[in-house]
Design a protein around this ligand. Sequence first.
Ligand SMILES: [Zn+2]
Ligand SMILES: [Zn+2]
Length: 78
Amino acid sequence: MIKTPCPLCNKQMAEHNKSQIEKCLWRFVREAKNPVAYASINPIKCPECEKQMLDHTVPEANECVNQFIADVEDLEIT
Ligand SMILES: [Zn+2]
Ligand SMILES: [Zn+2]
């Protein structure tokens, strides 16, 4: 379940339109899977478990990313 506003733009996920959600989702996936490269500049908090992405192990990060993608798809934003 998504617990926080968008980690990238701070709006509620349901307030995004389709192109915004694609942009935020793409950035989240990229940064979540490579937190060392990105988090020092712009630390992002996981919208699924509310930990910093840097505090995830790789399997945890993958799980949160996959869950987040599934939850965003469930919002059925058009
Ligand atoms: Zn966003
Ligand atoms: Zn997480």
